[in-house]
Design a protein around this ligand. Structure first.
Ligand code: ZN
Length: 352
């Protein structure tokens, strides 16, 4: 039997878990699918819905053939018992109308209303709420009423990064299933399969830095970010010859040039820190391998050189946490580079 699931990478444990619940007749009415962005939670949720509707799905399994009438209708977006809502393009909130209907039709359309109707073509109605933490208070309260007395045929899947971002009253009425980052190989395959990149070499480079997320990989394909990475790699390869404060200035200017707003600057600064860590890890590997083209090896030896690099890597982590906690990017980077410069001048504590 052909399987629509071939488009999903990873998450087989979660799939087995749903299959077990279904075969034991213990499927809950509501689940939170929680995990980092860009790892395939929405693809998973859609495949789960499709498997529930598929006419060829063997009993007790989560399988969708991709070929029967139900599968074809689902894939075409015309299956009557399926509802999906999410953030409208460019908006930061899921409108209340999507959950509970427009003001003049409140309670007579929208996700909650549709879930209250008997299924038309199958035994269940399935609803997906993507970016569920972006429901406003009215939307969340409307959904809460449905969760408190869910229609027998309803299955509701809430997708978000962390269940903690949902109202506790909503969270407590759902079963949370955690999803984890993809493997590097899976990210590489997704990038190539979905033709996000064409060259296997590009796929390899971005997958290695994407932390298991296709979304991060896609950001990394932005030419500006690639350029920033090249600047960091070049400057840090020299290391001995570099003047950290000049480099800091150059990098900070580059960062401002490619970022159009505080939020983007923050995101790009996190990339910059990843690139720095990558450059330092590369040096660490060369050092440990006794590669004499690595200037740190000649200057400090393996042990002290490795100490220095570990201290620098720890310092980068501190900066990443500061940016995460909303400290001003420019201040964090100035302090970081200032300290990197001092550490590189003085060497590791053990060598002083
Ligand atoms: Zn099917």
């Amino acid at each position: 039997m052909a399987s629509a699931w071939s488009k999903l990478r990873g998450h087989q444990e979660q799939r087995a878990l749903f299959a077990r619940s279904l075969s034991h007749g213990r499927l809950s009415h509501a689940y939170v699918l929680a995990g980092p962005d860009g790892i395939g939670k929405r693809v998973f949720a859609r495949l789960l819905a499709q498997s529930i509707f598929c006419r060829e799905c063997p009993p007790g399994q989560i399988e969708a053939c991709g070929e029967c009438r139900a599968c074809r209708s689902f894939e075409a977006g015309t299956w009557p018992d399926y509802i999906e809502v999410g953030l409208p393009e460019g908006k930061s909130e899921i409108p209340i109308s999507a959950i509970a209907g427009a003001a003049d039709k409140r309670g007579r359309e929208g996700l909650c209303f549709e879930l209250s109707m008997a299924p038309q073509a199958s035994s269940r109605r399935v609803a997906i709420i993507d970016d569920a933490h972006r429901m406003n208070a009215d939307g969340a309260n409307a959904l809460l009423k449905t969760l408190e007395e869910p229609p027998a045929s309803a299955l509701i899947l809430l997708i978000c990064e962390s269940a903690d971002a949902l109202l506790p009253t909503i969270r407590s009425r759902c079963q949370t299933i955690r999803f984890f980052p993809l493997t590097e190989a899976d990210v590489r395959h997704v990038l190539l399969d979905s033709q996000i990149v064409e060259s296997p070499e590009d796929a390899r480079v971005v997958a290695a830095m994407a932390e298991g997320s296709v979304t991060l990989a896609q950001q990394l394909l932005n030419p500006d970010l690639r350029k920033l990475r090249d600047v960091v790699a070049r400057e840090f390869a020299l290391f001995e010859a570099m003047k950290p404060l000049d480099v800091a200035k150059q990098i900070a200017e580059e960062l401002e040039r490619i970022s159009s707003g505080t939020e983007e600057q923050r995101q790009n600064a996190q990339w910059l820190l990843r690139f720095l860590a990558e450059a330092l890890n590369l040096k660490l590997r060369k050092l440990m391998a006794g590669d004499f083209s690595e200037p740190l090896l000649q200057r400090f030896g393996v042990r002290s050189g490795a100490d220095l690099l570990s201290t620098l890597l720890d310092r980068i982590l501190v900066a990443a946490n500061q940016i995460e906690a909303n400290s001003p990017v420019r201040l964090v980077l100035d302090a970081l580079f200032d300290e990197l410069a001092r550490m590189m001048r003085l060497g590791p504590v053990s060598a002083r």
